[in-house]
Design a protein around this ligand. Structure first.
Ligand SMILES: [Zn+2]
Length: 241
């Protein structure tokens, strides 16, 4: 049941046809990586009233994060991202329960971090943990909302085998990995919000628009292109799902 305060807080969004605030309140959403992408998705998911946000990051806030990671401010420098993110989200919407994982996701801790979550939001900046997330999401039948950015370009997708392809149908480990990817705030902001929107649609029982598809965003020319991602019959991760 929504409290009177919650009814007031969400009074504008419950006017949207098909909205169900109770469903959002009951949701458990995992955001892995609390950088530029995770800042955008976690803040908007919290504002929308996702009941329980599971946050995972082992990093501390640096000055060079502040051009794009809107969860933090200069007073956050040197502090754990997961703690600062929890504090900021708590100030925005104290009715959201936070589960904190001060850790980098790897193959040893992934199962424990994902436990109890219904959808995974990718806020990562490297491929290796993305493949672990993808694999775990396929194993558990949980949708995985991909996001990635570089410079003015961003990508988003919603993968949920066996209905759709998975990340490994699209990318394979060993793809190039630059040390310091160029990025400014609007790119992960735009992609993180698209990810949040797909999570909310899924939670409301609606069809995410990026199911089995990849959005390619180019902020420099301001173009949005959506392509289908075909299932790879030889995919090492999802071909048996
Ligand atoms: Zn696959």
């Amino acid at each position: 049941m929504l409290s009177d305060k919650e009814k007031e807080r969400y009074s504008r969004q419950v006017l949207i046809p098909g909205w169900n605030q109770e469903k959002l309140k009951q949701a458990n959403v995992l955001v892995v990586g609390l950088g530029g992408l995770g800042s955008a998705s976690a803040l908007y998911l919290a504002a929308a009233g996702i009941g329980r946000l599971h946050l995972c990051d082992g990093d501390r806030v640096e000055l060079s994060d502040l051009n794009r990671q809107m969860l933090y401010s200069e007073s956050s420098l040197g502090l754990l991202k997961v703690e600062e993110a929890s504090r900021r989200i708590g100030a925005l919407n104290p009715s959201v329960a936070i589960v904190r994982h001060n850790a980098y996701l790897d193959s040893r801790n992934a199962a424990e971090i994902i436990a109890g979550c219904q959808v995974i939001v990718d806020g990562l900046d490297s491929l290796e943990p993305r493949f672990i997330l993808n694999q775990e999401s396929v194993l558990r039948g949980i949708p995985y909302v991909y996001g990635a950015v570089q410079g003015w370009q961003g990508y988003a997708g919603f993968f949920h085998p066996p209905q759709t392809a998975c990340l490994a149908c699209l990318l394979r480990p060993g793809a190039f990995k630059p040390d310091r990817v160029p990025v400014w705030g609007v790119t992960p902001g735009a992609i993180g919000l698209i990810q949040a929107g797909e999570v909310v649609k899924w939670t409301l029982g609606q069809n995410p628009s990026l199911q089995g598809r990849l959005l390619i965003y180019d902020g420099a020319s301001l173009s949005f292109e959506i392509i289908s991602v075909e299932k790879d019959p030889a995919c090492p991760v999802c071909s048996r799902a």
